[in-house]
Design a binder for this molecule. Structure first.
Ligand SMILES: C[S@@+](CC[C@H](N)C(=O)[O-])C[C@H]1O[C@@H](n2cnc3c(N)ncnc32)[C@H](O)[C@@H]1O
Length: 404
């Protein structure tokens, strides 16, 4: 065994503290234990997992590789790399930004400081969007309508739009964002994940880069736009994970979120609803008759958002969907169908029509549909701090899908 004689004289904490001579390298397991202790001390709840993933990245292996080599000192170059990565995490930089990647719906999305790290709870939005697309496609009128047109408003890394394009081949997706830097990340993800993509040049013309494998028949286009300015539609479906954190909550956020993720992706005015108010005011004009909007909200915003929809007669059949933790995190509503009893839009929405003046009831369907209901009590101590970042920290303890 290499270096066992010298390991006894070096405490692994010295290594994680960057003071150990490089020749005296402890084993993988010793390094991990010491790094996890330091991460825990720094307030990181997923300390051991983070230590594992950082060391695996530094050793250019995976967690299984760590297990296989747990009693062996890592190569010198890997230790040097690990020191730098650990230092960044100790400063509370998000793990996904350090690794440059985050898994979403089973695919690896590249992330940088220019985009929100895709969150597991956003998978509920994708699930509901796919459900809607399937219902819409199964309708008799779908054959006459051609490819469904979907807008991912505020696409960030492209996680939602690209996942939909890949999971529902044959749709046309526009991924829009106000941030050119975010759009560059989303385009890179589309290329990596082999989705055909189109890009508008400065004159609004589009260029197509075809997926060489020819596997995905969906198309994805990227457009820089402040809300709907440059994406006039019409769309059959608008999906969005908008910024929805209240400015007043900034200081209470975890450092990973507050100090490292783009403010434009997080905050939306004093009550967090500025973006959603604008989106709901403008979206009906961008949707085809019977088109739907599906969007994510904060854990305590359901009641207020449903009230916004109630007050606008252009919206019909608003519904809220709960996540695995019981919070209503996704809202769906649709615009009026053009001709409810005849013609191509006779049954386009796949959802019962409901009078907006009728009282809302607690959901009873297995999919977790609900309308108006009490907001569940927060876990002790979570208070207003339970934001996307908190859920991120808990990702390994929660089921991946609400119904999984
Ligand atoms: C919460 S992030 C969502 C990112 C990604 N869709 C996801 O779910 O991981 C919100 C995104 O909206 C974008 N955004 C903020 N204001 C916008 C606006 N006025 N018009 C278009 N996009 C906007 C931000 O740049 C950010 O990428």
């Amino acid at each position: 065994m290499r270096l066992t004689h010298s390991r006894a004289s070096v405490h692994p904490a010295d290594l994680a503290g960057f003071s150990a001579p490089i020749a005296l390298i402890p084993s993988v397991e010793e390094i991990l234990r010491s790094a996890a202790a330091r991460l825990k001390e720094a307030g990181i709840s997923s300390a051991r997992l983070d230590a594992d993933l950082l060391l695996a990245a530094a050793m250019r292996t995976d967690r299984l590789g760590l297990v296989r080599n747990r009693d062996t000192p890592p190569p010198r170059a890997a230790v040097a790399r690990f020191r730098l990565l650990l230092q960044r995490r100790l400063r509370r930089e998000p793990l996904a930004q350090i690794l440059g990647v985050r898994e979403f719906w089973g695919r690896a999305f590249r992330v940088t400081r220019d985009v929100l790290v895709p969150r597991p709870e956003t998978e509920l939005l994708v699930e509901k969007a796919l459900e809607w697309i399937n219902i819409r496609r199964s309708g008799v009128e779908s054959r006459r309508q051609g490819a469904l047109r979907v807008l991912d408003l505020g696409t960030g890394s492209g996680a939602i739009g690209i996942t939909l394009a890949t999971e529902a081949p044959g749709i046309h997706v526009i991924c829009s964002d106000v941030s050119p830097a975010a759009l560059r990340v989303a385009q890179a993800n589309a290329r990596r994940l082999r989705v055909e993509w189109k890009r508008a040049d400065e004159h609004g013309r589009t260029r197509t880069d075809t997926n060489p494998s020819g596997l995905a028949a969906s198309s994805v286009r990227f457009v820089r736009s402040d809300l709907f300015d440059r994406v006039p539609g019409p769309f059959d479906l608008i999906v969005s994970n908008p910024p929805y954190i209240a400015e007043t909550e900034r200081e209470g956020l975890m450092p990973e979120v507050r100090d490292f993720e783009p403010a434009a992706a997080l905050f939306a005015g004093p009550d967090g609803l500025d973006f959603i108010r604008r989106m709901l005011a403008e979206a009906p004009d961008r949707l085809a008759p019977g088109g739907a909007i599906l969007f994510e909200i904060g854990y305590d915003q359901c009641e207020r958002v449903l009230n916004l929809l109630d007050r606008d007669s252009r919206w019909e059949a608003p519904e809220a969907f709960r996540d695995g933790a019981g919070y209503s995190r996704v809202i769906r509503a649709r615009t009026a169908c053009a001709a409810p009893r005849q013609g191509p839009y006779s049954r386009p929405c796949g959802a019962r029509r409901r009078s907006l003046s009728a009282p809302r009831r607690e959901a009873t369907t297995p999919s977790g549909r609900c309308a108006r209901f009490p907001v569940p009590t927060l876990p002790a101590g979570a208070g207003p701090r339970l934001r996307p970042g908190d859920l991120l920290a808990e990702r390994h303890r929660r089921p991946r899908r609400p119904d999984a």
